[in-house]
Design a binder for this molecule. Structure first.
Ligand SMILES: C[S@@+](CC[C@H](N)C(=O)[O-])C[C@H]1O[C@@H](n2cnc3c(N)ncnc32)[C@H](O)[C@@H]1O
Length: 273
């Protein structure tokens, strides 16, 4: 079997980045990884992957840029609104049965998803007894998540998403214009812990009643998805809830038989064993 030189170079780059910086992208899905590496090489003015490797190892700023390139932080408030409708219908009634609730929002990016979950929980009267652990691999997105200031020009689209997600209040009640954008009510994130956690290499850090992880594992290969599912399975309480959203799946992973679906379209599952 012959292996393309490009693949050998990409393997070497990913090994070097892992050994030198501790960031492990070796099991990220190849096609999009390859595209992003070449894009970064172009932006750095180098025409080979090994040239990019050299740059990465000698220039931390280049590594930080690559980290942003690879972590793809696209997000939105009430993204895929039907997920929140399903969350209210299937997850909320079960969460109500716990005196104190722990939720892990893994891969939270800049915090729009975390704020959306907090709004739903507030409206359902559960936020006061909930702790949300919102984590991401990328420290710079977490800084923005903690600020809770989102672009004002997005508010029209977010209001529509909120309404489609089953929201019945005036969305503008939740933010104040100013601070360079729309600043969301601090009370929404009083019970939120934003912290860095790498799904590839870090361990479980608590036991949760629900884990929400949407649009993150699509960037991982099958083996890495299995690893993350091991982590989630181990981190959920008995009968805990797992919200994956429309783009992720569990059926073909090593934990497919450990859950039952509560909502097929928005991929909300309950751990049964
Ligand atoms: C496309 S965003 C999804 C944000 C949000 N969950 C949503 O659905 O809108 C993917 C996020 O996953 C994070 N991510 C990528 N690899 C990760 C890893 N190994 N561990 C933790 N987070 C990771 C990225 O930094 C990024 O913020």
């Amino acid at each position: 079997m012959t292996v393309a030189l490009e693949d050998v170079e990409i393997d070497a780059l990913l090994d070097a980045v892992y050994r030198y910086y501790g960031f492990d992208f070796r099991q990220y899905a190849r096609p999009s990884l390859r595209r992003r590496l070449w894009r970064r090489a172009g932006l750095e003015g180098t025409s080979t992957i090994s040239g990019l490797q050299e740059r990465l190892l000698h220039d931390r700023a280049c590594m930080e840029s690559l980290l942003l390139d690879l972590s793809i932080n696209v997000t939105a408030m009430f993204r895929d609104p039907s997920f929140y409708v399903a969350f209210r219908r299937t997850v909320v009634p079960l969460l109500r049965t716990y005196p104190f609730i722990r939720i892990w929002n893994a891969g939270c990016s800049t915090g729009e998803e975390t704020h959306s979950l907090a709004i739903v929980l507030a409206e359902e009267g559960l936020l006061g007894r909930t702790r949300i652990y919102a984590t991401d691999i990328n420290e710079s997105v977490l800084l923005r998540a903690r600020e809770g200031v989102f672009p004002l020009e997005q508010m029209k689209a977010y209001t529509e998403n909120y309404q489609a997600a089953g929201g019945t209040r005036a969305f503008s009640e939740y933010y104040t214009a100013g601070y360079g954008g729309a600043r969301f009510d601090r009370s929404l994130t009083e019970g939120v812990v934003f912290s860095r956690h790498n799904l590839v290499s870090d361990r479980s850090f608590n036991e949760f009643h629900a884990i929400i992880c949407r649009n993150v594992m699509i960037y991982f290969d099958a083996a890495l998805q299995d690893r993350v599912h091991d982590l989630f399975h181990e981190s959920l309480v008995r009968f805990g809830l797992l919200g994956l959203g429309q783009k992720e799946s569990i059926t073909f992973t090593s934990h497919g038989a450990d859950y039952v679906a509560l909502d097929q379209a928005d991929r909300i599952f309950r751990k049964v064993r």
